[in-house]
Design a protein. Structure first.
Length: 159
């Protein structure tokens, strides 16, 4: 996560100290950008919500960390309905309040091409959909032999 902070030097120092003390923050790296601004890179541990997916075969459709809704919305696809109960249990154990709003089958008319299936398989295997990602889009494009821009379009269309 990258933050641009502005304010008095004291307020910036206090904010950075608070960020360092937050649960899930692995490391912070600060860079001053003038007397009243700083850029802070924050490396996070794997978020509890991501860890709650456990070993279930899920694919996030909407990331709760990108949600503009309050409370955050998390949509995901899973191979087995039984995984949903396990995920809910793990969320509760992690102190995350969640409720199921809807369960519906995937649209069976949506099909992936053989090429898209292969790319997705490699992306999953290499950790592209994990948080934090274990491979960049550029590196993945080299592995699958597709231009970075085209690969980004493919991954977005599949999601």
């Amino acid at each position: 996560m990258l933050l641009d902070l502005t304010g008095s030097p004291t307020a910036i120092r206090k904010t950075i100290a608070t960020l360092r003390g937050m649960v899930g923050v692995k490391e912070t790296i600060e860079e001053e950008h003038g007397p009243q601004s700083a850029r802070v890179f924050i490396a996070l541990e794997k978020p509890r919500i991501c860890g709650s997916a456990g070993k279930g075969a899920i694919m996030c459709l909407d990331c709760p960390f990108n949600s503009t809704e309050i409370p955050a919305r998390w949509r995901f696809a899973t191979a087995k309905t039984g995984d949903v109960g396990e995920i809910m249990k793990r969320l509760a154990e992690g102190g995350i309040q969640a409720r199921i709003q809807d369960i519906s089958p995937l649209d069976k008319n949506v099909t992936l091409t053989l090429r898209e299936k292969g790319i997705i398989a490699v992306a999953i295997e290499r950790g592209y959909f994990e948080f934090p990602r274990k491979i960049t889009l550029d590196d993945l494009s080299q592995v699958v032999g597709v231009e970075t821009i085209e690969l980004g379009k493919i991954l977005r269309s599949v999601e």
